[in-house]
Design a protein around this ligand. Structure first.
Ligand code: BLA
Length: 492
């Protein structure tokens, strides 16, 4: 990762998004303490600070507070406006948020049921994304509905993009990890949906009797105000409002669905909740699809490994058994070349650097396992020894100097980014970039990622050791038997 991006990641992660001390301007928030006193209020209702909820004289609101999460939200009238009161507990407070009901089709949420059923019938990830993005756009009426998928290094990729005809496509574009910083991702794991109703940066401050308002935990609040950095980002992107959903697989945020609109738009809370259920359904489907793929792959690898190692017991020549047959170690660990060093004897196949250079590398690593898909950055000293090699995987065997060594050449490819990631206007790189036009960067000096092959190769090495040991034992037993027979023969 480049230094500017590392800096941005670290700085953006400092934004105190759980405790902004303010709410978005379209609603009102009360915090009621255990004794029933309003100890926190947003500035637009600060006259009630220190009063009991009952004194407000709004029975529906009183009911909402009393029933708490049991019935949530409760439809109330607040300042003559039909609103939803949303209730949850945080830090010994009952937080009540009052959201005026937005205009629009109140029954849109029933359409989510259809979307859930259609999603559940999808048989591939690609189909699932397509169905879901189209359905959510139709249901919510947002200008654009995107699905992001996060890669292992935290950067993301737009994998679905349903949009109004006059919008440019973002499909296939990548964006840096700092666009959605770490603390935001952590929060999005527990809070599945969030609304940013406007990019107007003026939040309504919270006032509190005793606490510092900046300590009040708004993690689960619907009205939590939003980081000014992100509001700037949205404005730069031409977004006036968003609604986004988390995709959480096994407690990991693996993706997000973001609805974005060019003017202010927000959805009623019940529709948001229904969409959160849809997001949960999608996450479950993705989890099981990924788990099935993983298990299938594991079974496949195991049976191919067993098939490769079985002939070893009967074979006189281990190296030929591993490298000379129809199936070789390269079928188990796809690479451009391999070196197998067993018992101090090396045999190579495919594109492999000179033996002396490889032995120097093994020596330099002092018997430690090693994996890199970008030697030039990770270990320039080793890259210098192995010209033409971008990816290197070394799994040592028990005997000193013995190892399985796999080589991969450079795979040059282009990645299209969502705007030049270094394109912020401030020298510290913290201001969100202003252009989101596709920005192509060519990736060099890298091989394909080793990924699960690292683990698989060490399992292969382990089973190979066992096979070698059994083979040696069998040989010894055979020799002993031969000696004994010879002894018997001579005695005759
Ligand atoms: C949050 N950044 C977000 C969110 C998204 C993105 C979707 C979640 C909030 C939302 O739903 O809008 C990023 N939005 C995108 C991307 C696309 C999009 C990639 O539409 C692609 C099309 N962001 C920066 C910088 C900082 C930063 C420089 O660019 C920090 C200095 C921060 N982004 C940032 C923060 C949040 C965020 C702090 C959390 C906002 C919150 O929930 O309060």
């Amino acid at each position: 990762m480049d230094p500017a991006e590392l800096h941005r990641l670290a700085e953006c992660a400092k934004e105190p998004i759980r405790t902004p001390g303010s709410i978005q301007p379209h609603g009102t928030l009360f915090g009621v303490d255990l004794s029933g006193v309003i100890s926190v209020a947003s500035e637009n209702a600060s006259e009630w600070l220190g009063h009991r909820v009952g004194e407000i004289g709004n029975e529906e609101l009183e009911y909402a507070v009393r029933t708490g999460r049991a019935i949530d939200p409760v439809r109330i009238t607040w300042n003559d406006v039909v609103s939803d009161a949303i209730v949850h507990r945080a830090d010994g407070l009952t937080l009540v948020e009052i959201e005026p009901l937005p205009e629009g089709d109140e029954y849109a949420r029933t359409a989510v049921v259809g979307a859930i059923i259609r999603a559940s019938r999808a048989t591939s990830e690609a189909e699932l994304r397509e169905i879901v993005a189209a359905d959510i756009r139709e249901i919510t009426g947002f200008d654009r509905v995107m699905i992001y998928q996060f890669h292992d290094d935290g950067h993301g990729e737009v994998v679905a993009d349903e949009r109004a005809d006059d919008l440019d496509s973002y499909l296939g574009l990548h964006f840096p990890a700092s666009d959605i910083p770490t603390q935001a991702r952590a929060l999005y794991i527990s809070k599945i949906g969030r609304t940013i109703a406007s990019t107007d940066p003026t939040g309504i401050p919270l006032l509190a009797l005793a606490d510092d308002p900046q300590t009040i935990d708004l993690s689960d609040a619907e009205l939590r105000s939003v980081s000014p950095y992100h509001l700037q980002y949205m404005r730069n992107m031409g977004q006036a409002s968003t609604f986004s959903l988390s995709i959480v697989e096994n407690d990991r945020l693996t993706g997000m669905i973001t609805c974005a609109h060019r003017s202010e738009r927000r959805l009623p809370v019940l529709l948001r909740r229904a969409l959160e259920v849809l997001a949960g359904q999608i996450a479950l489907q993705l989890t099981s699809m990924h788990e099935i793929n993983r298990l299938q792959h594991m079974v496949d690898v195991r049976s191919r490994r067993a098939a490769l190692l079985a002939p070893l017991y009967a074979s006189d020549d281990i190296h030929t058994a591993l490298l000379g047959g129809v199936d070789t170690v390269l079928d188990l660990v796809p690479a451009d070349g391999v070196l197998v060093r067993i018992g101090g004897t090396s045999r190579m196949k495919g594109e492999v650097p000179p033996l002396t250079a490889i032995l120097r590398v093994i020596d330099r690593l002092a018997g430690a396992p090693f994996a890199s898909e970008c030697l030039r950055t990770d270990r320039p000293d080793i890259a210098d020894l192995l010209p033409g090699v971008a990816g290197l995987l070394i799994v040592p065997l028990v005997e000193t100097g013995d190892a399985l060594v796999f080589f991969r050449g450079e795979v040059v490819h282009d990645i299209s980014w969502l705007g030049d990631p270094s394109g912020g206007s401030r020298p510290d790189g913290l201001s969100p970039r202003t252009s989101f036009a596709a920005w192509k960067r060519t990736v060099r000096d890298r091989s394909d990622a080793w990924g699960t092959l690292i683990e698989e190769t060490s399992e292969l090495a382990h089973e190979l050791e066992i096979a070698l040991q059994r083979r040696a034992e069998a040989r010894l037993a055979e020799l002993a038997m031969r000696d004994a027979l010879t002894g018997l023969y001579n005695r005759r």
